[in-house]
Write a protein that binds this ligand. Sequence first.
Ligand code: GDP
Length: 362
Amino acid sequence: GFNCGIVGLPNVGKSTLFNALTKANISAENFPFCTIEPNTGVVPMPDPRLDALADIVKPERIIPTSMEFVDIAGLVAGASQGEGLGNKFLGNIRSTDAIAHVVRCFIDDNVIHVANRVSPLDDIDVINTELALADLDAVEKALLRVVKQAKGGDKEAIALKAVLEKIKPALDEGLPLRGVELSVEELATIKSYGFLTLKPTMYIANVNEDGFDNNPMLDQVRELAAKENAVVVPICNKLEAEIAELDEDDKVAFLADLGMNEPGLNRVIRAGYGLLSLQTYFTAGVKEVRAWTIPLKCTAPRAAAAIHTDFEKGFIRAEVVGYDDFITYRGESGAKEAGKWRLEGKDYLVKDGDVMHFRFNV
Ligand code: GDP
């Protein structure tokens, strides 16, 4: 699976968000999901297409795809120097695919701020500086090694040295590598280092209920994010936590009252999915209608591997109906009659929403 680490200064609303995310869907009986560890929650991906497919197929169960969120509390200034448990937290971030950086954009005199001021840009700077320092440390260590090899004429070492030297100045200034323009080749050269500030990042701007519009703090976060290719998701975590506590009927009524058609949390989950360049395909049978997560530009055999590696190894063909056709023609047989059912081979690039059935050898 794919996961997203939740980071941020203390008292900005991380736990509130994490609890809302993990609680929001517990009511659904069929989810094989649960909280794995106290700080890890697997959250189903809200996707209305699943219900539309189920309406036609009438399956025994519906299984959404999911995204894992990890609450990485405790990142404070000095973490990169190994202060306190700093290094452990940096290690936890290293093992995530993406970062959700929660930033306090709400004023509330009852909630103490660690630095006695509410300033999203300063807060972001504290965290990003720690992450940049950790990356800088890794770059400096790598350079020590690679400079020697490069002198010996090792081509790979020469290429690596060039990229490391290109990215170092940004880190020297405490800036994230996300903001440095790097080619596909350059990115591939340094991929194995797993630099923290290169991870796809979204800033979760935690606003008050009335803080979505005319909120200068939110505007500041947006401006900063634009400079470093990050995404911003404004959300009121406190409200989301309240919504998550409600049962399904109350939830619908409560959201309608607020003029919302779904919990704001859904935007966080989708943004996480978007950060990782993922897409969804479906399998739709009477046993289950199910969503599967695959990367963008994924071939049919690789998509099949999401279900089982044997499906990829023994791949023969994929039966495919596009999502819209499946809905329009009310299922596979309707789509067949309309000439919208296709047999695709191993080079087929799966499209988001494809309804697929794999033929394979065992
Ligand atoms: P963490 O330390 O980052 O995990 O922060 P918490 O989630 O524990 O939140 C710290 C405090 O801020 C708690 O008392 C929350 O109820 C409060 N809080 C969280 N989100 C909001 C919000 O959107 N508005 C307001 N007014 N308070 C919030």
